[in-house]
Design a protein around this ligand. Structure first.
Ligand SMILES: Nc1ncnc2c1ncn2[C@@H]1O[C@H](COP(=O)(O)OP(=O)(O)OP(=O)(O)O)[C@@H](O)[C@H]1O
Length: 244
């Protein structure tokens, strides 16, 4: 069976800078896959490519049996690819409920109803609040609810745990495990929280200067000497990158 997401030979150049070089990554249905690496490694650029925000310089991506070609954010969303952003991109003046409602009207049938999603991410009771009035961590959780309201097949999360309290991280981890397991969603997450990556993810790919330097189980890649050296160059070992 084809993987849900199959990336081969993908490169992205910004002028003279090779932000991503010859990337290969495969992610199965129901799999949670971490994309990790020091700052500037190319992780967000990969998320931007898969979600149609960044054109590829070379390579190809497939979603199931379908070749994706050059995507736009709209075509990516229609194919069932939803994402969150490193800095939340919400409709600030709309309520929490309306932010989710807008996404659930994007054309695909919802996984859960909007109220259910808001409750699942831990924002019950805040439905009527303007998104811009939420704490930063709550805005991140609302972005996850909004992405899920698009009923994706593939969910891309850019540092979902940044700024979240331990309780919220635990709730988010349970939710991601549930939607991957019960609904078969594939989840690719960029995350610096090494504890979360180890607990939650089935596979991990490590990038450094645009190149994949390791891939495999989180425990194996995080103890790989090349990975430790890459993080030491960035003045932190993976386990020191972000406390968890
Ligand atoms: N639009 C752009 N134009 C020019 N250079 C860019 C652009 N976007 C990213 N870059 C550069 O590409 C490289 C990879 O950036 P990217 O944001 O993908 O890294 P990252 O691994 O997500 O880093 P971080 O963990 O700090 O978010 C960096 O050197 C960055 O400065």
């Amino acid at each position: 069976m084809s993987p849900l997401l199959d990336i081969r030979g993908v490169s992205v150049r910004f002028g003279g800078l090779a932000a991503v070089s010859d990337l290969a990554l495969a992610l199965g249905q129901g799999e949670i896959h971490a994309l990790i690496g020091p700052n500037g490694a190319g992780k967000s650029t990969v998320i931007n490519c898969i979600s149609g925000f960044q054109p590829l310089s070379a390579g190809e991506m497939r979603l199931g049996d379908e070749r994706l070609g050059q995507l736009t954010p709209v075509t990516a969303a229609r194919k069932g690819i939803a994402r969150t952003f490193q800095t939340p991109q919400l409709f600030g003046r709309l309520s929490v409920a309306d932010n989710v409602r807008v996404a659930s009207r994007s054309g695909r049938t919802g996984l859960f109803d909007g109220g259910e999603l808001i409750e699942l991410v831990g924002l019950a009771g805040l439905q009527a609040r303007a998104a811009e009035s939420l704490a930063y961590g709550q805005q991140r959780l609302l972005e996850v609810a909004r992405a899920l309201a698009c009923a994706p097949r593939l969910l891309l999360l850019d540092e979902p745990a940044a700024g979240l309290a331990a309780d919220d991280i635990a709730r988010l981890a349970r939710l991601l495990r549930r939607i991957a397991g019960e609904l078969g969603l594939g989840i690719l997450l960029v995350e610096h929280n090494v504890g979360l990556v180890k607990r939650l993810c089935d596979q991990a790919t490590v990038m450094h200067h645009g190149l994949v330097i390791a891939s495999g189980s989180p425990a194996a890649v995080l103890s790989d000497p090349a990975v430790v050296t890459a993080y030491l160059g960035a003045q932190a070992s993976p386990s020191q990158a972000r406390p968890c």
